[in-house]
Design a protein around this ligand. Structure first.
Ligand SMILES: [Zn+2]
Length: 516
């Protein structure tokens, strides 16, 4: 006789169904084996199941027990196979009725005293179970997470409670969906004095989903501004919430199964390894760029990141997903994030006054040259944040806060969502930043005077086709913020002002300033 129950093997955020088959025959010696490509954590399941059984006064029969995890060619990793294996064993021992497990799936790790411990991936598992018309049995602490997928799941604190449930003594249920309360004291743009220009460009970035680079001396408020970007963005939609939370679930970051509607904001340190940033490692885990999916990735001190790491961001910035090669297979994680970066003008800071760089424009050129052209090409908005002066600090707090800006951002995004309603997909979020060439031709062609301006600029600055499109996208967003149907000359002019001045130009400007 064979007892079976479904569980899941995770590949990226996909939960692939695995059939756990428990088989028992009489034999001379008691043996407990697990087959079907288990890793070490799965193989150790035997010991945890044995101990958990003895904690509730049960003993595995002295027979030959074989657990098969099918399909056999799919690698099985992690400790969440404990619970389905234990349930299969209970059924084969006759403690649960033979058909009790029909229509169920299970994931959970067992502790030695029979408790069911939290495990990663409950949300994607619950969603896949729902698709397959199965009820998921999960750890009690993960119940609020499983409930997001749908009703009917079971959250169990320990093995004994499951036995009581299946014997009809104390039926289990699932708690309601858990939601993380919004912070009571969110970061606000009011905290930043002065820097009106930087706030304007932050608003444009928020409205159109554009990538942005702040360059300025230390203390000019670059990180303060960047950290306030999520506060300008609308909450995650229901679909985005589930997608972003599945990644956090697989990464084990959903505390007590609670989901948050706020946009993710990830700020990895510049010493972060490739695996930490893009994902992978010995046990495949989503990287920072995937944890920033549908949110913001903030890279402070941009040129300090290794060139190899930055170049590995190019493909996800285009495709919105990252592919990680493992031993003999590829794992994909979603990674559609908005990039905001900050840097000092040169290695020594480059500020005016006390911190001023004494090594002239060459220092800045060398520092800026650490960023590769193809990487820089993916940034739409460049802004030089001036040093904050004593006069700025003496100003009263600005009248306008994040909530006011967020209203305008929301209205501009609404206009974009209506415009791209027919083309919205995983590759196109309905934002100007994702607009295709033909879309730009239909929606972002400026008036005659604007066309002359962009043609002049294209000739003078030798704009590449990609840069030309970027200017149009940004101009379209600026027009959307003003509720303008037509992109005008003034919008093109502002968009051009956020283009990167070539490093040579910056160098010349600084050399000129030094000569005076
Ligand atoms: Zn310097």
């Amino acid at each position: 006789m064979v007892a079976r129950i479904t569980t899941f093997a995770f590949e990226g955020i996909a939960a692939n169904p695995v059939d756990v088959q428990v088989h028992m025959v009489g034999g001379k010696q008691p043996i407990f084996t697990i087959v079907g490509l288990p890793d070490k954590a799965v193989a150790e399941s035997r010991e945890r199941v044995r101990a958990a059984f003895s904690a509730i006064g049960l003993a595995l029969p002295p027979k030959r027990i074989t657990v098969n995890l099918a399909p056999a060619d799919l690698p099985k990793e992690g400790s969440h196979y404990d619970l389905p294996i234990a349930l299969g064993a209970l059924a084969i021992m006759g403690i649960l009725s033979p058909d009790a497990l029909d229509g169920h799936a299970a994931i959970g790790e067992l502790s030695l005293d029979g408790r069911i411990e939290a495990t990663v991936g409950v949300l994607p598992a619950a969603m896949q179970a729902l698709d397959m018309d199965l009820r998921l049995i999960c750890p009690e602490i993960c119940g609020p997470e499983a409930a997001w997928a749908g009703d009917g799941n079971l959250a169990a604190p320990n093995l004994l409670s499951l036995i009581n449930h299946f014997c009809g003594r104390t039926p289990l249920s699932c708690p309601p969906p858990g939601e993380l309360a919004a912070p009571t004291d969110p970061l606000d743009l009011r905290d930043v004095k002065g820097q009106d220009g930087a706030k304007r460009v932050l608003e444009i970035a928020a409205a159109g989903g554009h990538n942005l680079l702040f360059c300025g001396p230390p203390g000019s408020g670059k990180s303060m501004l960047a950290k306030r970007l999520p506060g300008l963005l609308p909450d995650l939609s229901a679909h985005e919430l589930l997608e972003a939370s599945q990644i956090q679930s697989v990464a084990g970051l959903l505390e007590r199964g609670q989901l948050s509607r706020a946009r993710p904001f990830r700020a990895p340190h510049h010493s972060a390894s490739m695996a930490a940033l893009v994902g992978g490692g010995i046990r495949a885990r989503p990287g920072e760029i995937s944890l920033a999916h549908h949110g913001v990735l903030f890279l402070d001190e941009l040129p300090e990141f290794s060139g190899q790491v930055l170049d590995s961001l190019r493909q996800p910035l285009e495709d919105g997903e990252v592919t990680i090669s493992r031993a003999n297979r590829h794992v994909k994680y979603p990674a559609r994030f908005q990039l905001i970066a900050a840097m000092n003008p040169c290695r020594c800071g480059g500020g005016a006054g006390e911190g001023q760089c004494r090594r002239g424009p060459r220092c800045a050129q060398q520092y800026q040259a650490r960023l590769s052209g193809p990487f820089i090409d993916r940034i739409d908005l460049f802004y030089d944040t001036p040093a904050v002066t004593a006069v700025d600090l003496a100003l009263p707090p600005p009248a306008e806060g994040s909530a006011d800006v967020a209203v305008r951002v929301c209205a501009a995004r609404q206009r974009q969502a209506e415009r791209y309603a027919d083309t919205i997909s995983t590759a196109h979020r309905g934002l100007n930043v994702d607009a295709t060439g033909p879309e730009l031709e239909s929606y972002a062609m400026p008036d005659a005077s604007g066309q002359r301006l962009i043609a002049d600029a294209a000739a003078k600055f030798k704009l590449s086709a990609r840069s030309y499109h970027r200017v149009l996208k940004v101009a379209r967003t600026i027009a959307d913020l003003e509720a303008c149907h037509q992109v005008r000359r003034v919008h093109i002019a502002e968009a051009l002002s956020y283009r990167r001045r070539t490093w040579e130009e910056t160098g010349t400007a600084q050399a000129g300033a030094l000569a005076q």
